[in-house]
Design a protein around this ligand. Structure first.
Ligand code: 5GP
Length: 191
């Protein structure tokens, strides 16, 4: 894939660490950033829209996409639940010189960083473990069993955080927003 002008910002973190909020905050700034809509086989949450938050595919359609090499990367993020970055989605944005922002799991983030190399800036948002657990429960969008699955996954993911270009700690959301904005602006301007 030919990389023309756009640059890539990769936001990753355990679920419940505020990365969706941060991604939305960055998208609202005047940074020519565009969200890469991923495909997923998970069920749609009530407030979500197909083609805006995700492309919601049934599991067979997702697996066919894997076979057809439609994905730049994909992960079985939770058992039997797949998420992936569609080549088509990224290609068209890059060709028109847009900057892309990804909200993606830790392994997918590392794959994308290896793919885009210097054209990508990867940020891991870190949060104390107990805080994440509390936020997941308060959000109330997942069943208890799903929360426990996510907590197991967070424990595994923490191991990878040193592979990121930056680790930023979310203790105070407003402070994190300010700090991330400085880093992202600096990256988009200079490199
Ligand atoms: P959620 O179901 O809460 O929207 O997302 C679950 C996890 O999947 C999050 O960590 C999210 O960032 C990640 N994710 C979303 N899209 C992708 C993708 O395209 N590829 C990978 N590897 N992970 C993704």
């Amino acid at each position: 894939m030919y990389f023309k002008r756009g640059k890539v910002i990769i936001i990753s973190a355990p679920s419940g660490s505020g990365k969706t909020t941060i991604t939305k905050f960055l998208l609202a700034q005047d940074l020519n950033l565009h969200f890469s809509v991923s495909a997923t086989s998970r069920r749609k949450r009530e407030h979500e829209r197909n083609g805006v938050d995700y492309y919601f595919l049934d599991i067979n359609r997702f697996k066919k996409g894997i076979q057809d090499e439609d994905f730049l990367e994909w992960e079985e993020v939770y058992q039997n639940t797949f998420y992936g970055t569609l080549k088509n989605e990224v290609q068209s944005m890059i060709q028109s010189g847009k900057n892309i922002i990804f909200d993606i799991d830790v392994k997918g983030a590392i794959t994308l960083k290896n793919f885009f190399k210097k054209n990508a800036f990867s940020i891991y948002i870190d949060v104390p473990f107990k805080t994440i657990e509390k936020r997941l429960r308060n959000r109330g969008t997942e069943k208890e069993q799903e929360i426990l699955k996510r907590i197991q996954k967070i424990k595994k993911e923490q191991v990878y955080k040193n592979k990121f270009d930056a680790i930023m700690i979310n203790l105070d959301l407003d402070k994190l927003k300010k700090d991330i904005l400085i880093e992202v602006k600096d990256y988009l301007k200079n490199k």
